[in-house]
Every structure is written in C-alpha cells, then in structure tokens.
Design a protein around this ligand. Structure first.
Ligand code: GLN
Length: 547
C-alpha cells in the first residue's frame, strides 16, 4: 500500500515548496523507495497554459502534452518519478470535473457541495497516484495556509488520513523563521500562527521545515516544537542557499529529514546514497572555465519565466566543467540600444520561446548579430521561428518576410499556422503539445550531438516553418536538420559553416537533468566555450554592460 506525504506552506509564498518536495522525493529514491510526485494548485485556471509568464513563470510541458506548473520541472530534475496529467491538478480542473458529473446526473439528486463533493474529487486525484509499484505519494499543496482558495485542498488532505489511516500519512509544513535585524533575533511567532491555522482545520503537522537565513539554535527549535506541538527532532532547519538549489537535498539529509520520514511512515529501504549528487555539487563548486550566454527574451526580468532554460544551461555547463553566466537581455532593450552594446560580451546567444509581437524585432536583431558575427546561436521555438524569418529577410532577400503570428498580411509568410490549428478557437490546451518524434539528417550538428537519428522532444506551439519556402531557403544555405517522421514539419534548422547555429521548434530544456544534460544544450555551451577561448576579452566586455 502506498504511503502519503503532504507538503503545505505557511507564512509567505515562494518559500520553495516545490524544491523541498522534490528534494524529499530524491532522498526517498536514494533509499531505493519508489516515489510519485504531484502538485495541487488552488487557482481557478484549468492549467497554467493560459497564464502569462509574468504571472506564473514558465509553463512546464510534460511528455503527454500537459501544460503544468513549473514545480514539476523541479520534480523531473530531482527525481525519476514519472509525471503525467495526474501530476498536476488545479481548482479549475477539480470544479470542471465536479460540474460535468453534476450535469450528467451522477450525484443522483444530491445538493452538490464543497464538502463532500469537491473534497472527494480532490481525494480521488490523490488516490490516482497510489499503486503496487509506488511506496510514497508526495502531494504538494500550492499556495499558503490561510488562503481562502487552499481550504478545500487542506480539508481534503485532512480527511485523507481518516480514510487511509494516520499512520500512512505524514504532514510536512514548510514555514519561514524571519530574522529581525533590529531585534537581532529569529522570530518564531509567524510560524506559530501558521501552524495554529493548520491545527484549526484539523491538521497537526508532523514535521516543520523552517526556512531561515541564520542557523536555528537549540532554544529556537525547542520553542517552535513546544508551541507547534511537534517533537523537537521534527523541527528541521532549511537555511537559504547562496550557492545553488541543488544543495537542498543534501542539507535536508544532513538535518535528518529522511530518517525522520522513514521512521514516521515505517518505510523500508536502505541507507540513503547521495554520493553522485555530492559529486555533482563538487563539480559545480569547482568549475574550470567560464562562459557567458545571453538569453534574449521578453520576460527576462521575471526570475522563473525561462526557468528550465537557465537550469539546462547550468547542466550543460556541468558537462563541460564550466560555469555558465547567463546574461538576461530584454529583447525590447535590444530594439532600443542595439545588439552590439548588449551582446558584445556574450559567447553564445539563446533566443527562447514566446508569443506575440512585442520584442520580436530585438530577437531578430540578436539572431542577425549572432549569424553575422559567428557567435553560437541557439533558437528555441519562437527563437527558431525568428531564425527562419531573419534568414529569409537578410540572406534569402525575402523582404518583409514574417511569421503570420506577427504580421497576418506579410508577403512572405515563412512561418505560418500549423494546418491542425486552423479550426482551433479555444486557447487552453490546444497547441501542438508534448513529446513528438523527429528524424535528424545524418551529418547535421544535431545528429552529431544527439548521437542519434531519431529523437522525441516536447513541443508547445501553433506555428511552424512554411513548407512553401523550404526549397528557396535551402537554396540560400539554410539546412533542414530535423523534421517530423513524415517529413512534413520542420523541427530543426541549422546553418552549416557557422560555429553553431541550431534552432529547434521544440523545447529541449524540459528534458535536461543535472546528471543528464540535454544534448543540444551541451553542444551549444561547448561551442560557446570554443568561441570564448577565441575571444579572451569577452568576459570584460560583459562587466561593462552589466548594470
Ligand atoms: N508563438 C509561437 C507558436 O505558437 C512559438 C511558441 C513558443 O515559443 N512556445 O508557434
């Protein structure tokens, strides 16, 4: 029978519940336990696919095409728990399902209410992850305890222990212990209040993980334990990490979290084995080289809007024992100030995915800069579409070539709507989504770095390269390095002869893991390192343009 861990958060949002949950998953897996991860989000959107990255950060896409919360990216980077549609539910989805059932008459005349109908629906999506091959289901509840929206979820996990047995459920509460400079003290009161709120709705947390910038002393731990009604050994410190989030699992292990979980849930499994992870941290701390990659996008001010891209760059750096410095360049700033000034210090330019017209010209200029100067370029999704448009305009001489997403009336629609999208009117969940196979052209850079002739990568787009322009662009030197297996959709374009000009219609960043860097990212960073070696002043130029 599967056991359950429920992770809640208190005091403030953005405490890193996703990372903490992922770390717990990793610690349990390191003992040989089989884990499934899940996030329940209290907002009303059916999924985050319709939300702006400014609101919600990156939309993380799974193989099965679900558009999910970016915390699932942490789950995939930290654990091997298979993730599917069932790994992320929102209030919107829960209500949608309850309302469908009501319309079908499944409630047989009952008054449909939050308790029990909505809470039953929530419990059923948690139960979906149980199985003979699953030791522990880890369910993270989004939001902060005390939010009106979270209440049905908290009520459902409270009831869960009644159904499954308290001995099979563990409640972990992540909280903040702020340091008050004026008082020179760590303050436990917000945590007491937050646990108080949980206890009011009938949940007594078993473990408190305390985010803090200073070490928690014995006295503080004892005080938290007493006021929050938990054993003192269940007060676990999680100090801010100034180096890397990849330190979190090791630090939680060192503070005894996994032993506590295993004891509480009476789990079997061997001793935790995190040697490979410690080795990874060691390599991260001791890079032998440095390289600067400019990410030119619309959402660079938002910390999490290109989360998986930043992570994948770090992983690729690790593969080369190099530290990747990312220069986050606003594409609109490129429009105002020109690419020379903003990109002169970059060893490589990455143009990520995106939507709409704003900032497009800056992306096109960034591509042109990289193409003309022989700076390695990596285009992803919209970035690939920009690479094609730029090439069409400035190499193939197709003046005013564009994507129809940006200019419906362009004389040269080199990027156009996918056929399957023509009848689509709803915005949510209707793009070409999820893992799709691609075949690679032998001898291309992509085939070389993948070491394969066929790959499957995750997609999220409505537009594609227009086949009507394929021949013309190829004649001018653009290489089609990857297509869908039927040859109909262009998946990768390259510029042979350029140090690295690879642009892909898919999102390779979603499949990169610290211990398994994604092949194209590794290839791109490798090329940027070569370009750095050839331009020893690159680093200094970066200092000059950094604010
Ligand atoms: N807006 C483009 C499209 O829909 C690119 C999407 C993306 O970059 N994810 O095709």
């Amino acid at each position: 029978m599967s056991k359950h861990i429920f992770v809640t958060g208190g005091v403030v949002s953005s405490l890193g519940k996703g990372l903490t949950s992922a770390s717990i998953g990793m610690l349990l897996e390191s003992r040989g336990l089989r884990v499934r991860m899940q996030k329940l989000d209290p907002y009303l959107n059916v999924d985050p696919g319709t939300m702006s990255p400014f609101q919600h950060g990156e939309v993380y896409v799974l193989d099965d095409g679900s558009e999910t919360d970016l915390d699932l990216g942490h789950y995939e980077r930290f654990t091997s728990s298979p993730l599917t549609r069932d790994s992320n539910y929102t209030t919107g989805q829960i209500y949608q399902s309850v309302i469908h059932k009501e319309r079908r008459g499944e409630f047989l005349g009952q008054t449909v209410q939050v308790i029990p109908h909505v809470t039953n629906e929530i419990k059923s999506v948690i139960a979906k992850l149980e199985g003979d091959d699953v030791d522990v289901v880890i369910t993270e509840i989004g939001g902060t305890v005390g939010d009106i929206e979270s209440q049905p979820f908290l009520e459902a996990i409270r009831q869960y222990a009644l159904d499954a047995g308290k001995e099979n459920c563990l409640y972990i509460h992540l909280t903040l212990i702020p340091y008050l400079k004026a008082a020179g003290e760590l303050k436990t009161k917000p945590t007491q209040h937050s646990v108080g709120l949980l206890r009011q709705i009938g949940i007594q947390p078993d473990v408190l993980i305390c985010r803090t910038e200073r070490p928690l002393g014995r006295d503080e731990c004892a005080k938290i334990a007493l006021f929050c009604n938990v054993p003192v050994e269940a007060v676990i410190e999680e100090r801010d990490k100034d180096f890397s989030v990849y330190e979190v699992p090791v630090s939680l292990l060192d503070h005894g979290l996994d032993a506590l979980i295993v004891r509480n849930l009476r789990l079997r499994g061997g001793e935790p084995e995190l040697d490979h992870w410690r080795e990874l941290l060691h390599r991260m701390r001791n890079p032998q080289r440095e390289v600067t990659i400019a990410v030119v996008g619309k959402y660079v001010e938002h910390r999490d809007a290109y989360k998986s891209i930043y992570e994948a760059l770090d992983h690729a750096g690790l593969a080369h024992r190099a530290q990747v410095r990312t220069l986050r360049v606003s594409s609109e700033a490129v429009e105002r100030e020109g690419p020379e000034k903003l990109l002169c210090g970059a060893d490589g330019v990455l143009v990520p995915g995106g939507f709409g017209e704003r900032g497009i010209d800056g992306k096109l200029e960034a591509v042109r800069f990289a193409r003309e100067r022989g700076v390695p370029l990596f285009g992803i999704c919209l970035g690939m579409q920009c690479a094609v448009v730029e090439f069409a305009r400035n190499v193939a001489g197709l003046e005013a070539a564009n994507s129809t997403e940006v200019d419906k009336d362009t004389p040269h629609p080199v990027i156009c709507l996918l056929d399957e999208q023509r009848q689509v009117t709803d915005k949510g969940g209707t793009m070409r989504l999820g893992a799709q196979p691609a075949v690679l052209r032998p001898g291309s850079r992509s085939a070389e770095v993948y070491g394969a002739e066929a790959v499957a990568e995750r997609h999220r787009h409505r537009f594609e390269m227009n086949n009507a322009y394929r021949k013309q662009l190829e004649a001018h030197g653009l290489a089609i390095a990857g297509t869908s297996p039927d040859g109909q959709l262009v998946e990768i374009v390259e510029l042979p002869g350029h140090p690295w000009f690879v642009a892909v219609q898919f999102h390779p960043e979603f499949k990169s893991q610290p211990t398994r860097p994604q092949a194209l990212f590794a290839g791109f960073v490798g090329a940027a390192l070569r370009s750095h070696a050839a331009r020893p002043n690159a680093g200094r130029a970066v200092e000059a343009v950094q604010p």
